[in-house]
Design a protein around this ligand. Structure first.
Ligand SMILES: Cc1cc2nc3c(=O)[nH]c(=O)nc-3n(C[C@H](O)[C@H](O)[C@H](O)COP(=O)(O)OP(=O)(O)OC[C@H]3O[C@@H](n4cnc5c(N)ncnc54)[C@H](O)[C@@H]3O)c2cc1C
Length: 351
């Protein structure tokens, strides 16, 4: 297994922040990853896994081994004629997987079209878009414990999925490298059309196109019209989670700001639109040095060129402080800050 020293990570994160890996490895099999983790040469060093870098804020040098799994493959495991299970290597590109499944006529992932990144990272924050979250399709996953090299299986419940959250993000950050993911898909299209603009466009399609491929095309078009392409304007997608507040808090906000958008959740809480709060706080299209909030999508923090992780931290803190001062609502950053590494021993094991 080739391990290189002092690897430049600028091209490995979609915010294009300058950062380096002390040691860099790209294992292409579970065995290679296990051998790397168990190699006495690397004992005692921190280990960090990254995928496509589309949900990262990098800064400085990441100490120890930085591992980018390259495991490939899309395999049908089980097919009863109406539904099937597909096992996918962590190093596959997520949108390539969605395009592949849709091209086979399989349904289930189409609403998650065009989300950047790898399959292995998708469970970490339980990716979601247009009314579907990964946790609704994931059967199980396999992951290598970065302390021991042991391969472990996690069923859906063991992943402790939440809104942009999972066991791997919250309870055991940095402890596991996910190596494969098993997903349940359907042969019959069952379009999920909770979003009004998606539903309206879908209804206008000729009936022959009212299938998974039709949904994928519409989702891609909607995303391209709303989100800046990181290849043109470096960004990490939504920079803050949509905050959840109690119904009472929402009613109080609504009394003061009648236009405040909110989506009532099954548990009675209300999900606010972080983009709206940021826009109202005056940050839409505004910059602080080389970074700013996008002029069409206030929730997206963009690098106008030459920014580093510290500049991103400063802007994020200022935006969150202004939203707190105006609305009394806290914003939680969605992308993961790497540059300091958590000890794998400092985390709990799953129940
Ligand atoms: C333009 C844009 C739009 C986006 N839209 C959405 C959206 O609609 N919905 C959404 O949910 N997200 C969205 N995102 C965020 C991002 O695409 C997802 O979080 C994606 O899953 C990150 O994948 P990645 O491979 O780039 O992971 P990285 O950014 O490299 O890593 C993210 C985290 O996962 C960990 N990780 C990565 N690979 C593994 C692995 N194999 N095993 C264990 N841990 C791992 C890393 O340590 C890190 O903590 C968007 C991002 C961009 C830039």
């Amino acid at each position: 297994m080739k391990v290189t020293a002092d690897h430049d990570l600028t091209a490995h994160n979609t915010l294009r922040l300058p950062a380096r890996a002390q040691w860099w490895a790209q294992p292409a099999s579970v065995a290679a990853l296990q051998a790397l983790v168990q190699d006495p040469a690397w004992q005692g060093l921190p280990r960090t896994v990254i995928g496509g870098g589309s949900n990262l804020v990098l800064e400085g040098t990441l100490p120890g081994l930085v591992i980018q799994p390259q495991l490939r493959g899309i395999r049908v495991e089980q097919d009863d004629g109406s539904g099937l299970h597909v096992t996918v290597g962590a190093g596959e590109d997520w949108d390539h997987l969605v395009a592949y499944t849709v091209a086979q006529g399989w349904s289930g992932l189409e609403n998650l079209s065009l989300i950047p990144g790898t399959v292995g990272a998708a469970p970490v924050q339980n990716i979601g878009a247009y009314g579907v979250e990964l946790c609704e399709r994931l059967v199980s996953l396999e992951a290598v414990d970065l302390r021991t090299g042991t391969l472990q299986s996690f069923d859906n419940a063991a992943c402790h999925f939440g809104y942009r959250d999972s066991y791997f993000k919250r309870e055991a950050p940095g402890r596991f490298a996910i190596v494969s993911v098993r997903l349940a898909l359907r042969r019959q299209a069952e379009p999920v059309l909770h979003y009004a603009d998606l539903a309206a466009r879908f209804a206008a399609l000729p009936s022959a196109q009212q299938n998974a491929a039709g949904v994928r095309e519409l989702v891609c078009a909607l995303r391209r019209s709303k989100l800046p392409d990181p290849a043109q304007l470096p960004n990490a997608g939504s920079f803050f989670k949509n905050p959840l507040v109690s119904a009472a808090r929402f009613d109080a906000l609504q009394a003061e700001y009648p236009g405040v958008p909110g989506h009532r959740q099954a548990d009675g809480s209300v999900k606010l639109a972080a983009g709206w709060l940021i826009e109202q706080a005056g940050w839409k299209g505004r910059a602080l040095g080389a970074v700013g909030m996008h002029d069409r999508q206030a929730l997206v923090l963009v690098n106008h060129g030459g920014a580093d992780g510290a500049a991103v931290r400063r802007l994020a803190a200022q935006v969150a402080a202004d939203v707190m001062a105006r609305f009394g609502v806290g914003l939680e950053q969605e992308p993961i800050a790497l540059g300091q590494v958590l000890s794998p021993d400092a985390v709990s094991t799953p129940a």
